[in-house]
Design a protein around this ligand. Structure first.
Ligand code: ATP
Length: 583
């Protein structure tokens, strides 16, 4: 654009020579009225300067031009015109076209330049917006974290230090340099880090491990230096790095790039370079402690590990109460009971459950959250949202009903420790049906018989298809079940030493003892196959034994689409299923 303006300023607009038919220009040439002839535009235009002005379209002109077909002018034409006394010049590419091309190139370079400038500026702004400290705020404190009692106690030292680092300095006491929060996703690790900062009234700089992963050489380590510099400016403060495994991962792993290693080294250098009492506490959270480089855990670096496990029943009740406060709950809502029914849920799951219930209450125009809303939210979270647009043919519905009834009956018999929640053939989420079981109480270890029962339950759907439809009619419905069953079976064999054939040896590929040998891997595969086949036979024999119960359940499912646990129990007992689970 600028180039165009400059060109216009340097070359004020001139009256262009009038274009005449070629015959007129040829006539002028023949009559020796042309003193100069320029072949322009690569031979596509002839521009003639006349000996005397000529009147064209009412104006007197000394220059005229005519278009000719491209490459029509030959060398012999040029010779002929020259010998007739005309001064002939040739422009390889028309000068006007050349100027136009130049303008285009200049305009393009200016546009590219402006774009580059904007991008660089944007990156500059983003870089300066990175690692900005959240100002001290006492809004969030450890009282806002439900459960996690041990983690809160472990972190109280850090709070005391950050609140008054001088006191520690005076007595020569050293606070842990780094605190590693370890636990499954959604258990409140980020929340705890923010709560510590809130409790101590100091700023917190939040980063994610992936912020340091860049393909460009040196960017990751520059960001680590930038992070440490920001922290020094803000001290006393907390640096919190989420998803720490992507920054502090084990060096020398096959899929780790050299650049990532340089970034990790820079982190170690920065941590070592900080004085023991300069008021900066590094906190990091990870779900994969086993992936971390041992150097990260050395004293003086992340020397305190705080476990943040999945909440227990009491913790869940506490978390539910925290998230329910400020929400109008109907008296029929029993949070203690809900806590019992949500074994395995993290704090984030529970917060999400109550939020979904609140959304459903709004959608149903209710002024309070009732137990029914919570039940619907639970179904939505556990089983997925109902896909009302999916039309399933009647024959397919029957197949699905048989499959789910098979899961339900085999689950009741083979896996009585898990409580049945619901059986449905409504298309929800990614599945067309589900028999949902959940553990009845918190469990910390699982016996072999329980895990075998879970595998059998997972294979119960395929077993029912085999018994009711025959081997040629089995469906693709067992795909996800097979994945679940194989995962448990493989862990039983390779990690928990629960296979007599393989024995007591770890064949876990990610264990520090290294991946299994090819021979051991082969034995593991054979043992997994045997385990699955045994449990498949067990599921099939349960279905054969309780064929009537499976048939009756499938028939009622076809009528009602969804059956609650008491309804399933009633039908099952009517047809002779008397498992411990029902009792
Ligand atoms: P991830 O490992 O996936 O990063 P996280 O352990 O850091 O997860 P948070 O991000 O802290 O989990 O938790 C997400 C949300 O879940 C919180 O903002 C909070 O609403 C809720 N939450 C999780 N744990 C608790 C808890 N113990 N008490 C209260 N709320 C919790």
């Amino acid at each position: 654009m600028l180039a165009l303006v400059a060109f216009r300023l340097l070359h004020p607009a001139q009256q262009p020579a009038p274009t005449v038919p070629f015959s007129e220009l040829a006539q002028a040439l023949g009559a020796h009225q042309v003193k100069e002839l320029r072949v322009d535009d690569g031979g596509a235009r002839l521009i003639a300067t006349l000996n005397a002005p000529k009147t064209i379209a009412g104006r007197s002109q000394t220059i005229i031009q005519a278009n000719v077909p491209a490459r029509a002018v030959t060398l012999s034409d040029l010779q002929q015109w020259s010998t007739s006394g005309v001064r002939v010049t040739v422009d390889a590419l028309g000068s006007a076209a050349g100027v136009q091309l130049l303008i285009q190139i200049l305009s393009l370079s200016v546009i590219v330049g402006v774009l580059l400038y904007v991008v660089v500026r944007q990156r500059g702004i983003m870089a300066s917006a990175r690692f900005v400290a959240t100002p001290p705020s006492r809004h969030l404190t450890l009282a806002d974290v439900g459960g996690a009692r041990e983690a809160r106690a472990d972190l109280s030292d850090v709070v005391a230090y950050l609140a008054n680092p001088d006191r520690y300095r005076a007595l020569g006491a050293r606070c842990p340099r780094g605190v590693l929060l370890v636990g499954p996703p959604g258990t409140g690790k980020t929340l705890l880090a923010r709560a510590v900062a809130g409790e101590a009234g100091c700023p917190v700089i939040v980063a994610a491990g992936s912020d340091f992963n860049e393909v460009y050489v040196g960017v990751g380590s520059r960001r680590v230096r930038q992070l440490a510099k920001r922290a020094r400016e803000q001290a006393p403060c907390i640096i919190f790095i989420d998803e720490f495994d992507s920054l502090g991962g084990r060096r020398g792993r096959p899929n780790r790039s050299g650049e990532e290693e340089v970034t990790l080294n820079q982190l170690l250098v920065e941590m070592d370079g900080m004085e023991a009492n300069d008021g900066i506490v590094w906190m990091a959270a990870t779900n994969r402690e086993d992936m971390l480089d041992p150097a990260v855990r050395r004293p003086g670096r992340f020397d305190r590990v705080v476990e943040v496990p999945l909440p227990t029943t009491t913790d869940r009740a506490e978390i539910l109460r925290l998230h329910a406060s400020g929400r109008p709950l109907d008296p029929d809502v029993n949070l203690e009971r809900l806590a019992q029914l949500t074994v395995g849920h993290s704090g984030a799951d529970l917060a999400n459950l109550l939020n979904e219930a609140a959304i459903i209450a709004v959608q149903q125009d209710s002024d309070r959250i009732t137990n029914a809303h919570i039940e619907q939210a639970r179904d939505k979270v556990l089983l997925g949202r109902v896909r009302s647009g999916v039309i399933v043919a009647e024959t397919e519905r029957r197949l699905i009903a048989i499959h789910e009834a098979g899961h339900a009956v085999v689950g009741l018999v083979a896996c009585p420790d898990d409580r049945l929640h619901k059986v449905t053939i409504e298309p929800r989420g990614r599945s067309l049906g589900a028999a949902h079981f959940a553990p009845e109480s918190d469990r910390h270890v699982h016996p072999r018989s329980y895990l075998e029962g879970v595998i059998s339950k997972a294979l119960g759907g395929r077993a029912a298809e085999l018994v009711f439809l025959g081997p040629d009619a089995v469906t693709t419905g067992a795909g996800a079940d097979l994945v679940q069953a194989t995962t448990i079976a493989r862990r039983m064999v390779a990690e928990f030493g629960m296979s007599d054939e393989v024995g007591l040896i770890s064949a876990d590929p990610s264990s520090p003892s290294g991946p299994p040998s090819a021979q051991l891997q082969g034995e593991v595969d054979r043992a997994v196959r045997t385990l699955l086949a045994t449990q498949a036979r067990r599921a099939e024999s349960i279905v054969r034994e309780h064929q009537q119960a499976v048939d009756a359940l499938a028939a009622v499912l076809l009528e009602r689409d969804i059956l609650t646990a008491p309804e399933v129990h009633e039908i099952a007992t009517e047809h002779g299923v008397t498992p411990r689970a029902i009792a």
